[in-house]
Design a binder for this molecule. Structure first.
Ligand SMILES: Cc1cc2nc3c(=O)[nH]c(=O)nc-3n(C[C@H](O)[C@H](O)[C@H](O)COP(=O)(O)OP(=O)(O)OC[C@H]3O[C@@H](n4cnc5c(N)ncnc54)[C@H](O)[C@@H]3O)c2cc1C
Length: 397
């Protein structure tokens, strides 16, 4: 069987590429259903893009690589597609756009687009062997217990990263890249909760508080969540992508409170007020109690010297924690690193050394922030590869 294009992986990027690449496209996936990560994303409502999507919201060895694809297929293009399919949506916070009903709406929309483009979808299909000959790419597939050999002029690798192996993540894209002598950068889990020795935050499990978290040149004003295993919540997930082992992280627990001024003012008028009572006006009481184990929070406001007020405000404004690791790929939303962008064209996502071989989506060393940015990269990179293939086909007549 010969196809113009074989796409491996019917996730976010693969579906988008199939919708663009045109007829003669075969899209295969080992899962039972396409777009499984889309289906579970955003708590089942899929945070499908972000209104504030900007080049600065992405990490990767080359900070410019993603600009081409994202400029040519923006958040507004995807939103336009969503609206054409009459999918109701809303902005939750910080420009994050979610489905009103269900993430299944997005999967159904993309499947409808691939069908309209004339692509064929094979599910529960495994890649057994892959090679490249004069006839193009030769893929030996296993489908319904039978072996099927498919040849294709183009091969698009859209099998994602290593995050959530339980959902079928395999890291196969990196093996294919290596097979074709393409560079792969080191991978690690991103957007992931951080862990601490002896589950030291377990007594605070369930406590959440707004913080400012700064690390590695990035800064986020988001919620911090204490869990049985360590720290989580949007603030930690965001900063985890900038954190590497054995680095400490500084957290401003009171980013919008001028604590020193408040304590000085209250000392004047309410000197007999207890310091911990005052702090519980600004922080969750269980957190204040916990902080009291390491900070001196005893006494009344009237007992506080200016120096002690200043040092307390500094301590709470730069509370330093030292993670011993992360929850890893088991819970990470994304994989940092991957196919080295130095080996790819930023316009088409095609390999610079192997004509007809494309890598898109999470497999590539481009990772977005939390908030719809990773799907936007999947849509944009899939669109770039799909349109490049269709254009080349049209040129070839
Ligand atoms: C719990 C969770 C929630 C998330 N929520 C959001 C969100 O709300 N917004 C956002 O922007 N991002 C979110 N993300 C990130 C987002 O899901 C990914 O960035 C995005 O799915 C990447 O798209 P992709 O097409 O590259 O990979 P995927 O969507 O992972 O698709 C890869 C496909 O390849 C298939 N595959 C893998 N290996 C093989 C193989 N060996 N053979 C055949 N098929 C294979 C898989 O079955 C899958 O269908 C979330 C991630 C997780 C884990």
């Amino acid at each position: 069987m010969h196809y113009t294009t074989l796409i491996l992986g019917a996730g976010a990027a693969g579906l988008m590429a199939a919708a663009q690449a045109g007829p003669g496209t075969l899209l295969v996936d080992h899962a039972r259903a396409p777009g499984e990560k889309i289906r579970i994303s955003g708590g089942g409502r899929c945070n499908f893009t972000n209104m504030h999507c900007d080049f600065g919201n992405f990490l990767g060895a080359n900070p410019h690589f993603h600009k081409s694809a994202l400029s040519r297929y923006s958040q507004w293009d995807f939103l336009d597609l969503v609206q054409r399919h009459n999918i109701p949506w809303h902005e939750k916070t910080l420009g994050q756009l979610f489905c009103d009903r269900s993430a299944r709406d997005i999967v159904a929309m993309l499947v409808a687009e691939t069908q309209a483009a004339g692509a064929t979808l094979w599910l529960q299909t495994r890649l057994r062997d892959l090679s490249r000959t004069d006839a193009g790419f030769v893929a030996s597939l296993e489908r319904d217990g039978r072996s099927v050999t498919v040849t294709a002029d183009n091969l698009v690798v859209a099998t994602g990263g290593k995050s959530i192996p339980k959902m079928g993540a395999t890291g196969m894209a990196y093996d294919i890249a290596r097979q074709f002598n393409m560079p792969v950068t080191e991978t690690r889990p991103g957007l992931v909760p951080l862990t601490f020795p002896e589950n030291r935050f377990a007594p605070l499990a369930g406590v959440a508080t707004p913080v400012r978290i700064c690390h590695g040149g990035a800064s986020f004003d988001e919620a911090l969540l204490f869990t049985h295993r360590g720290l989580s919540g949007p603030a930690i997930l965001q900063i985890s992508s900038y954190w590497t082992e054995s680095e400490s992280i500084s957290i401003d627990l009171l980013p919008t409170t001028a604590l020193a001024r408040i304590l000085r003012d209250k000392r004047r008028v309410e000197g007999r007020r207890n310091l911990t009572t005052e702090l519980t006006q600004h922080l969750p009481s269980r957190l204040v109690e916990f902080l009291g184990q390491t900070l001196d929070l005893k006494g009344n406001l009237g007992d506080l010297s200016d120096a002690r007020i200043e040092s307390l405000a500094t301590a709470l404004g730069s509370w330093t924690v030292m993670p011993n690791g992360s929850e890893g790929y088991r819970t990470a939303e994304v994989t940092l690193g991957g196919i080295d962008t130095a080996g790819l064209s930023s316009a088409s996502m095609m390999s610079k050394t192997v004509p007809g071989l494309y890598f898109i989506g999470e497999a590539v060393d481009v990772t977005g922030w939390l908030g719809g940015y990773n799907f936007q990269w999947a849509w944009a990179s899939g669109h770039a590869a799909g349109t490049a293939i269709r254009t080349a086909q049209a040129r070839a007549g």
